[in-house]
Design a protein. Structure first.
Length: 489
């Protein structure tokens, strides 16, 4: 029983959770075994230096983060059963998908049955835009976020108050794993707004009682002034922006030793081990990788600890699977494939078996830090053609839609992504028609600027457009090679 595993103070802490959240404690799972399902997993446990490795590795919610695998499976089972029954009842899309598969909610009895459920994709989100996947009335949604999509329409996510509580909890775990405490000063240089990064980190930092500096993105010299004057100890932003900050510091004649910075949590775009080492050297900090996506919750799905040997997934809230991207078959631990995530506790917009298109590897071996949570590797690529540029999702099909809409060029194009001065830059090559090739240079320059403006509006990220001669873009078996990524990620 969990009580035995967690000690005599466990039940008092769970009762406290019950009184604050309104969730029932001491229910039974489908197998009839007693469990305490505090759905939010809020940290009603003292934030002390409880980790190993000389006390430098912190836990925010030690009972969850170090829970034995069998007990975690029991918790996941209870939450999955509850979630499936709820979405079948309240979300027409899920009910229709399960009926098509000949599946009744009663057939999902444990986490081992999750493979029976159909997948959900980003296309399903587009098809149900904006609120078709919500499991609660709009009146219960207290926050809306969105990310860019392929058609100019955003993919929308909604949060209830409890969802925001879950988000704060998992981000508190993330920041604590990176060494944050109540005494930390955390500067949030992710963007605030529809993008989930800024507010996600913000509320996680407040949950642990740290001082938050909501700087948002941009205005780099001011960022540096704030870090120096306020005594910022932890930086949260994209990895490429962290390096840009370091370069700007150098130009301003400011040395890392003049700052109080100790660590940074970086995500929202792919980055390599080489880039990690560059950041750590340039800023004199320890750089931690974090993973999240708006469709699931935002940042906080998984995070590194001080061991930096994979990212710990908050699997009490987000159940991870690895599948073969072609067949959809579930793959065992240790094999590379596409990451699939299920939200076990999310109320506003639950996601059952969401195909992230991110390629990764899972391991269930306990970490040296003492955490027993499943770990995912750094994202190893994509199973689709989506690019992440400065934290923004960019699809080649968006470019195609703009070009076809203008109708002034050939439909052949190519996206070239490079990292210049540690920032991502997007160049779009667009083929001219034979008739255009003889046009005066001034007219072609005007057209380039026109396409750039249209792309900036459609992509939410700037791109440099270059018109090139007819049939100069490489074809392969009649199909253009749409993307060249030179970032060496």
């Amino acid at each position: 029983m969990w009580k035995c595993a967690w000690g005599s103070g466990w039940m008092r802490q769970v009762r406290a959770a019950q009184s604050l959240t309104g969730y029932t404690v001491g229910t039974k799972n489908p197998s009839g075994k007693f469990h305490a399902d505090f759905v939010l997993g809020f940290s009603f446990f003292s934030n002390k230096k409880q980790g190993r490795m000389g006390g430098t590795n912190l836990y925010w919610n030690k009972p969850i983060e170090t829970m034995p695998r069998a007990q975690m499976a029991e918790l996941q089972s209870a939450r999955l059963v509850q979630q499936v029954r709820r979405v079948y009842r309240q979300v027409p899309f899920y009910r229709e998908q399960m009926q098509k598969a000949g599946l009744l909610p009663e057939e999902i009895r444990s986490i081992d049955d999750i493979g029976k459920l159909p997948f959900i994709t980003k296309q399903d989100m587009r098809d149900n835009y904006p609120y078709g996947l919500f499991a609660v009335p709009l009146a219960e949604i207290v926050r809306l976020h969105a990310s860019s999509g392929t058609t100019g329409k955003h993919t929308v996510v909604g949060y209830t108050n409890r969802d925001l509580g879950i988000w704060s909890e998992v981000m508190a775990r993330t920041l604590t794993a990176a060494g944050a405490t109540k005494q930390s000063l955390i500067q949030v240089a992710y963007g605030y707004g529809l993008f989930t990064g800024g507010l996600g980190v913000h509320y996680g930092a407040e949950a642990i009682g740290a001082s938050v500096i909501p700087a948002s993105s941009g205005n780099t010299q001011r960022q540096i002034m704030l870090m120096k004057d306020f005594g910022t100890t932890m930086l949260a932003c994209t990895p490429s922006y962290a390096l840009f900050i370091a370069e700007t510091m150098k130009e301003m004649g400011i040395q890392p030793g003049e700052m109080a910075l100790k660590a940074g949590v970086f995500g929202a775009e792919p980055w390599s081990q080489k880039m990690r080492l560059e950041i750590e050297k340039a800023l004199g900090i320890k750089a931690y990788d974090i993973y999240g996506l708006s469709e699931i919750i935002g940042p906080g799905v998984a995070c590194e600890c001080s061991c930096q040997n994979g990212l710990h997934v908050s699997e009490d809230h987000f159940y991870p699977e690895i599948i073969d991207p072609t067949t959809g078959k579930t793959l065992p631990y240790g094999e590379k494939g596409e990451l699939v995530l299920t939200t076990l506790t999310k109320e506003g917009m639950p996601m059952l078996r969401y195909r992230t298109r991110d390629l990764s590897v899972l391991t269930a071996e306990p970490c040296e830090c003492g955490r027993t949570l499943v770990r995912m590797s750094k994202v190893l690529g994509r199973s689709d053609d989506m690019l992440i540029i400065r934290g923004v999702n960019v699809f080649p099909s968006q470019v195609e839609s703009v070009l076809l809409g203008l109708g002034e060029t050939s439909p052949h194009y190519q996206l070239i992504v490079d990292r210049v001065d540690n920032l991502d830059h997007l160049t779009v090559l667009v083929e001219m028609t034979e008739n255009m090739f003889s046009d005066e240079i001034r007219r072609l320059e005007v057209l380039e600027h026109k396409i750039e403006a249209e792309l900036a509006s459609a992509l939410s990220v700037s791109a440099k457009v270059r018109l090139v001669g007819p049939k100069t873009i490489e074809r392969s078996e009649g199909k253009a090679k749409r993307v060249i990524d030179k970032r060496n990620i």
